[in-house]
Design a protein around this ligand. Structure first.
Ligand code: NAD
Ligand code: MG
Length: 397
């Protein structure tokens, strides 16, 4: 369904890195879209200016205390202003044809589920949705005739390599990792790494949290689990390799030995645009690769001493059930601890591992019985445990 022949679109997390790249694409062809809802956080000036530019029905800030600022910034326009979690959920239930899920963290799960319930095509940048509640996301999509499309560059690459293929012929999937900010640091220096250093990515321009997660490889850990959930692959078939140039995003190996690679410059507008135009392929404003200029591409084995998050991801995939939700919530809390200077960079994995051990009873839940309430409960438990683990720790940098 469309308004006239315009597609109705909403963007959750519109003020973030993925949200802004999505707006960039939509703004280039704005007459093709009817913008329903844009949501953001504290940056109400950006939110209001984008909502005005695109003529959105409603702009929602997650922060209730920013409602007056948002209203003021929207004065004189037809855009409705709203604030708070319930307003965000209400916006997510407004019918739309295509929705970008680009809130960071488990906070993005429920808005995405509500959009699926409306039958919208959900472009999923929020990998946490699949990590915390993969079976629930797939079930909601199926029950409502909605389509889920991956936006994470690796998963978009796998999705594209699988078009026209039979999943039973897949031998392995390799997702690549840049290695993040500390790829080449001596191991003994990692203890002293600051949030600012960790939030500097060699190749990609992304939000602060995912950039730090790239340095610790918690991002890749989430993506391994996301690969398992999204494509229903056995964990043994999913690998990662360090590829410092970030040009190959993923490779799919078939049982005849063929290995199909998806190659492109690190620009999220490719994966976003692919999901926006699917099943068509339209021209996108991304750089075209000059292979000769590129010269060579390199690969390294991922070191689990440097990146223990990769080992934890394997354990989570084996355990199944609600352990993905536990893992993600513990990781989010440990990341807050690092950003706020309460624990060193190298302690994040230890905190997460301790929480996984304490809450191992959450493993083995029947996938078919996973509900939003159960996921929220596991999430809250894990956050409380992670805080308890970190409570007595002191660290001076
Ligand atoms: P970001 O920090 O730049 O933006 C996050 C957005 O979510 C902002 O609009 C912010 O206001 C909003 N937000 C944050 N907390 C919220 C809350 N509690 N309630 C409601 N809104 C909230 O993040 P990003 O880099 O754009 O990443 C967004 C998602 O996409 C993440 O799940 C990330 O893992 C995933 N992703 C990002 C990239 C990238 O290139 N940035 C690539 C692949 C996947
Ligand atoms: Mg990715």
């Amino acid at each position: 369904m469309t308004v006239g022949d315009r597609r109705r679109v909403s963007i959750f997390g519109a003020t973030g890195s993925i949200g802004q790249n999505t707006i960039d694409l939509i703004a280039r062809d704005r007459d093709a879209y009817e913008v329903v809802a844009l949501t953001g956080g504290a940056n109400v000036a950006q939110l209001a200016s984008d909502a005005r530019m695109l003529g959105a029905q409603v702009a929602v800030t997650a922060h209730e205390d920013r409602l007056e600022d948002l209203r003021a910034a929207l004065a004189g326009s037809d855009v409705q202003a709203a604030a708070g979690r319930s307003a965000l959920i209400e916006a997510a239930t407004r019918p739309a044809d295509w929705v970008m899920s680009a809130i960071v963290g488990a906070a993005g799960l429920e808005p995405g589920l509500r959009a699926l319930e409306q039958g919208a095509t959900l472009a999923l940048a929020n990998k946490e949705s699949m990590v915390c509640a993969g079976p629930l996301m797939l079930r909601k999509a199926q029950e409502n005739g909605a389509q889920l499309l991956p936006v994470d560059s690796e998963h978009s690459a796998v999705f594209q390599a699988l078009i026209g293929e039979d999943l039973s012929a897949v031998e392995r999937v390799i997702i690549t990792a840049s290695g993040g900010a500390f790829r080449d640091w001596p191991l003994e220096d990692l203890d002293k790494a600051t949030p600012q250093q960790a939030a500097t990515h060699p190749n990609w321009a992304m939000g602060q949290r995912i950039t730090i997660d790239s340095a610790s490889m918690f991002n890749k850990a989430l993506e391994l689990i996301e690969t398992r959930e999204f494509f229903g692959l056995d964990p043994e078939k999913i690998e990662t390799v360090v590829h410092p140039e970030s040009m190959i995003h993923a490779l799919v190996g078939f049982n005849d030995g063929a290995l199909m690679a998806h190659v492109g410059p690190p620009d999220m507008r490719h994966a976003i645009g692919f999901a926006l135009n699917h099943p068509a392929r339209k021209t996108l404003p991304v750089e075209r690769l000059d292979l000769v200029k590129l010269g060579q591409l390199t690969f390294r084995a991922p070191c689990e001493t440097r990146w223990p998050a990769l080992r934890l991801a394997r354990e989570v995939m084996q355990a199944g059930g609600l352990m993905g939700a536990v893992f993600n919530a513990a990781k989010e809390t440990a990341l807050d601890g690092f950003i706020e200077g309460r624990i060193p960079f190298t302690r994040m994995a230890g905190v997460v591992e301790e929480v996984l051990t304490r809450l191992s009873s959450q493993a083995g839940h029947n996938a078919a019985g996973i509900t939003l309430d159960k996921v929220s409960e596991a999430d809250h438990l894990a956050r409380a445990e992670a805080l308890a683990v970190m409570q007595d720790e002191t660290w001076q940098d």
